[in-house]
Design a protein around this ligand. Structure first.
Ligand code: ATP
Length: 445
């Protein structure tokens, strides 16, 4: 895709999200707030489906994982121990001409020249880089004073580390085992953008796997493969996914090895998830700063050690955006453009839409009965909006609904309806009595 086509493609996706109730700019009637978004009625279903599949795959389908929901506000010492207060910074430059502010390492990518301002295009107006801390601050208690300073968490991981002992002991866990968590994180990004790719408020799906030191490599390799496979299992195209291993200069201060999963967005290949070998850095730091002994006694080997950690860290919004971009498709059918979101059935927000051919009795009664019979299958819609059936099919194609069920006058006589399939547009007649079982099987296939 050349640059103009890829810009167009992104604009098409953003406009579909707005038009069809997936994603809206936050506070839009007040002009919006930069890099914050709201999920609409279909977006919340869709993102919940992404999160639910991650949660089920990581926790319920495994014996060696438990879940957690830690708070957003944590003791300030946590962020001193983690290093975030000192080093969670990005180098930032200002433009003295237009007052724009950019991440120093992104200027060249944005303007094509490290010396040229990406907004006003002037050369030589950028200041020297300054370090800027990305954590949002707020104050606990009625007085805004330093003693009450707290941060909105910039990652969910620390909530897991500080609960390691609570979880391990209350759940009587032996290593290796993992703790999974989904929750909000906040970063005051200097150069946010690309829709929901880089936001200031976002959600993470993070897992920390606690292991014996000598099994570091084995578990790192294991989780790298498992996480890659998750995207494929949800229908993401193999050719759009790559691994990006971190070289020594890219490695974060806590990591011995790291690999990102990259997705080929319309705006280029970018990180959607990181898999990190964090060694015993995190627990050691919390031992040092809290004075608590967080080491583990291994009965089998009669050894005491500080657990090593393999982390998998994905963004719920970023992966959702990747699934949307991957599913977006346009084709020409009978001389007309058809836009279709080819989402996996698991992720599609609406599983089936029931469409009566007319709004008159007794067809309407039958159509409502058909709709009620399939409600248990997930979110379904009853669509008796005007327009011919073709237009209604197209609207459901655009939001990714796998099946449309048409109730026509013939249905009154033969107690059958038509199932129309999103991707192939193939239609078949089935008995109303068998519809729930047929749809359940099709949705699970
Ligand atoms: P980047 O280099 O893009 O800033 P990162 O390497 O700092 O990302 P991590 O700290 O490893 O990201 O966070 C783990 C995951 O959380 C990322 O892979 C991404 O999916 C998600 N994430 C991080 N920052 C944001 C953001 N500002 N908006 C949306 N998702 C984010």
């Amino acid at each position: 895709m050349d640059k103009r086509d890829s810009n167009d493609r992104m604009q098409d996706i953003i406009s579909l999200c707005k038009r069809r109730g997936y994603i809206f700019p936050s506070s839009e009637i007040y002009g919006g707030i930069n890099a914050v978004f709201d999920y609409g009625p279909l977006g919340v279903e869709f993102k919940n489906n992404v999160k639910r599949d991650w949660w089920d795959t990581m926790t319920r389908m495994r014996d060696d994982m438990v879940g957690l929901d830690a708070s957003i506000l944590m003791a300030r010492r946590v962020w001193q121990a983690s290093g975030h207060e000192d080093v969670f910074t990005d180098p930032m430059v200002d433009c003295t001409n237009c007052k724009g502010r950019f991440r120093a390492d992104q200027v060249e990518e944005m303007s094509g020249d490290p010396e040229v301002c990406p907004t006003c295009g002037k050369r030589g107006t950028l200041t020297a880089p300054r370090q800027f801390n990305l954590m949002f601050k707020t104050y606990m208690g009625p007085i805004e004073e330093d003693a009450g300073l707290v941060y909105l968490r910039p990652e969910t991981a620390q909530g897991i580390y500080v609960n390691f002992e609570n979880v391990q002991q209350s759940m009587r866990r032996k290593l290796p085992f993992g703790i999974a968590q989904i929750g909000k994180a906040f970063r005051n990004e200097i150069s946010p953008g690309n829709f929901t790719y880089r936001m200031r408020e976002f959600e993470q799906m993070e897992m920390q796997f606690f292991i014996a030191p000598e099994s570091e490599e084995q578990w790192f390799d294991y989780w790298r493969e498992r996480r890659f496979q998750w995207y494929l299992d949800l229908g993401m195209k193999r050719e759009h996914l790559t691994f990006h291993p971190h070289g020594p200069e890219e490695l974060a201060h806590y990591a011995r090895a790291a690999v990102d999963v990259y997705y080929e967005f319309p705006f280029g290949p970018r990180e959607i998830e990181g898999i990190h070998d964090r060694t015993d850095f995190d627990l050691r730091r919390h031992i040092e700063f809290s004075g608590k002994d967080l080491s583990y006694f291994d009965d089998a080997t009669q050894r005491r050690y500080v657990p090593f950690i393999i982390e998998t860290s994905a963004g719920a919004d970023r992966t959702s955006l990747a699934f949307l971009c991957d599913a977006y498709d346009e084709e020409v059918v009978e001389g007309e453009k058809r836009v279709v979101l080819r989402l996996s059935k698991k992720l599609a927000p609406v599983k089936a839409a029931v469409m009566p051919l007319s709004r008159k009795e007794p067809l309407v009664n039958l159509a409502h009965a058909v709709h009620n019979s399939i409600r248990g299958l997930g979110l379904t819609q009853y669509d008796d909006t005007g327009g011919n059936i073709g237009k209604r099919y197209r609207r459901q194609d655009e939001i990714g609904t796998p099946y449309c069920i048409t109730v026509d006058f013939q249905s009154l006589e033969d107690q059958q309806v038509t199932i129309r399939e999103r991707d192939s547009m193939a239609q078949r007649r089935v008995a109303i009595a068998e519809l729930p079982a047929i749809l359940a099987a099709d949705l699970a296939s």
